[in-house]
Design a protein around this ligand. Structure first.
Ligand code: SF4
Length: 253
């Protein structure tokens, strides 16, 4: 992995975003992992949704075609302690099929310790606080030494994501954000999965549309219905900028 020699703020992400507005996903990845990776570390964060599985398959293809170097990026997952067993099994399947190592980043407190300290089932009483401790803090730690992170967000997923660019500066975490799948539709994703035999979470065939932590995921036909059902919450805060959200709670972890 390269040492960080360029600060994220020194790159003109807005200009890159405009330049790559019409680019394909492969062109975005090839540029990011050839031109930017020698300036600093690049992390692909995935929750193993269908989009993440597609990107892992595409990264593998680009490595196999020698269009990018395997060590030009790392892959990680936020292992909240609440993921479905099917999700963790999928992680192993993807590692085996595509020959990548995927780092599981865990929060400072186990679920049991969090229950002891903040009360049982915080996801039910204060989901924003639970997401803050189990996702946002670990993510901030993961990103602290990175030049940029790759995400698998798509514009059509939520109102917030509709504004995403291929390259942008992430004001929340203060690094570059690379979104190679912004223009893909849901049917593009499934077409790629089926045509390329990409492994995906079997729960998606059982009525789940968007899979996150087990206690906060239910059957539903879209992200809003599947995640945090019955609560006014559709994002865990990972992809919402500071001016768009209220960050609640102070925690000593
Ligand atoms: S999605 Fe639910 S269980 Fe997972 S971190 Fe957020 S509130 Fe906690």
């Amino acid at each position: 992995m390269p040492e960080t020699i360029t600060k994220p703020e020194e790159i003109n992400w807005t200009e890159l975003g405009a330049e790559f507005e019409a680019a394909s996903t492969e062109e975005i990845l090839v540029h990011a992992l050839n031109e930017l990776s020698h300036k600093g570390k690049i992390l692909f964060l995935t929750a193993f949704g269908p989009e993440g599985c597609v990107l892992i398959a595409m990264l593998h293809k680009l490595v196999a075609e020698k269009r990018i170097e395997k060590n030009s990026f790392s892959i990680a997952n936020l292992d909240t302690g609440y993921q479905f067993k099917e999700t963790l099994e999928l992680k192993e399947k993807l590692e085996e099929k595509y020959n990548f190592e995927i780092f599981l980043k865990q929060p400072a407190l186990s679920v049991e310790k969090q229950d002891e300290k903040y009360g049982k089932d915080l996801f039910s009483t204060k989901p924003d606080d639970c997401c803050f401790m189990r996702k946002l803090v670990p993510l901030a730690e993961l990103l602290s030494d990175k030049l940029a992170w790759i995400t698998s967000i798509r514009r059509e997923q939520t109102e917030h994501r509709a504004k995403a660019k291929a390259f942008e500066f992430d004001n929340k975490f203060k690094l570059g954000k690379i979104n190679p799948l912004i223009k893909w539709t849901k049917s593009d994703i499934w077409k790629y999965i089926h045509e390329n035999q990409v492994p995906y979470n079997p729960l998606l065939d059982q009525g789940y549309e968007s899979i996150g932590c087990e206690p906060c995921t239910s059957h539903g036909s879209n992200r809003a219905a599947s995640r945090w059902a019955g609560k006014d919450k559709i994002e865990c805060g990972l992809h919402i900028q500071d001016h768009e959200t209220e960050q609640g709670g102070e925690f000593v972890i």
